[in-house]
Design a protein around this ligand. Structure first.
Ligand SMILES: Nc1nc2c(ncn2[C@@H]2O[C@H](COP(=O)(O)OP(=O)(O)OP(=O)(O)O)[C@@H](O)[C@H]2O)c(=O)[nH]1
Length: 296
């Protein structure tokens, strides 16, 4: 491979909540760096997942789902982040579910820029019993927007992901790599620690509490191969605090243990994790808290 032909570019994955954006990103970069759960709206921050092979470097930008229904300050900040992301990428991957195209999908599609390549990824084809039905659906989608490619995949079952990667490669500009070959993310360990803990909360008690739960890492220190992490779980109401803590602190202990194990695997060292729960009424509309969470 001639170094002058190496390609590097930014790829943004967009779509309404729950279409499988995080799963797709995880399977593309083959490392668990974004979080998935059955509840929508679990990805609040941009995450870069990086895939480097012998010919190219794909820098994936995961975006939070577009918020079209609720208009809190947090949602507007999230939409701003999405728009900033989209204007700085080389290829946009618009993800939908096989056979489904609803108002929320439409709202995302309407917001996509028209001055850069948009590829349609039709995910969850494993759920479509009759694959032939995909053809009229693809035709319908082609009539809606001028996609540069339409690729049916199953992110969960790794189906057709190689074809997707090859299609994306065609749209990356010639450039040397921007990140070292081993980097999987440019996000700090601090951020990843918060994401891992948040994932455990959603998985364990996603049904019992609304999405208004956030995790802040108050302290993160590295001593040799040991990381000391103090995390704070921010909830809206006292009853949510009780749910998270559980009987005799059992739920909380379970979640913290699982999160700590994941952190140890990801960081490759021992982790000492301390977790607190705090009630912060109306945090979703509080500008100061938004700043702490990384939205300005
Ligand atoms: N059957 C099937 N399920 C999938 C596939 N891809 C993702 N899922 C499931 O769909 C659900 C949502 O996936 P996520 O990756 O969290 O979706 P997301 O679009 O990132 O969601 P938000 O973070 O809310 O924007 C999870 O339960 C996944 O396991 C697929 O190819 N097939």
């Amino acid at each position: 491979m001639n170094a002058a032909e190496f390609k590097t570019g930014y790829v943004s994955i967009v779509g309404r909540p729950n279409v499988g954006k995080s799963t797709l990103l995880n399977h593309l970069v083959k490392q668990k760096i974004s979080i998935t759960s059955r509840k929508p709206q679990t990805t609040r921050h941009r995450i870069h997942g990086i895939l480097t092979d012998t010919q190219s470097q794909f820098i994936f930008v995961d975006t939070p789902g577009f918020q079209t229904r609720y208009r809190s300050e947090l949602n507007q900040a999230m939409n701003r982040v999405v728009m900033q992301t989209l204007h700085g990428v080389d290829v946009i991957i618009f993800v939908i579910e096989a056979g489904k195209f609803d108002r929320q999908d439409e709202a995302v599609l309407e917001r996509l820029p028209t001055d850069r390549p948009v590829m349609l990824v039709i995910n969850k084809i494993d759920l479509q019993a009759d694959k032939l039905q995909l053809l009229p659906f693809m035709q319908e989608m082609a009539d809606r927007f001028n996609f540069v490619e339409m690729i049916p995949v199953s992110a969960l079952q790794n189906e057709l992901l190689i074809e997707l990667i090859e299609a994306i490669r065609n749209y990356l500009p010639v450039s040397p790599p921007l990140f070292g070959g081993d980097d999987i993310t440019d996000r700090s360990e601090r951020f990843l620690a918060a994401e891992l803990l948040r994932e455990k909360i959603f998985r364990q008690i996603g049904q019992e509490i609304p999405y208004s739960v956030s995790v802040i890492i108050e302290q993160f220190t590295v001593e040799g191969n040991l990381r000391r992490i103090h995390a704070c779980i921010l909830v809206d109401r006292p009853n949510q605090k009780a749910i998270i803590i559980g009987k005799q602190g059992k739920k909380m202990k379970e979640m913290a243990t699982q999160a700590r194990k994941d952190m140890e695997t990801l960081f490759g060292g021992k982790v000492y994790l301390e977790v607190w729960v705090k009630v912060k009424t109306g945090w979703a509309d509080d500008g100061n808290v938004l700043k702490n969470l990384g939205y300005e």
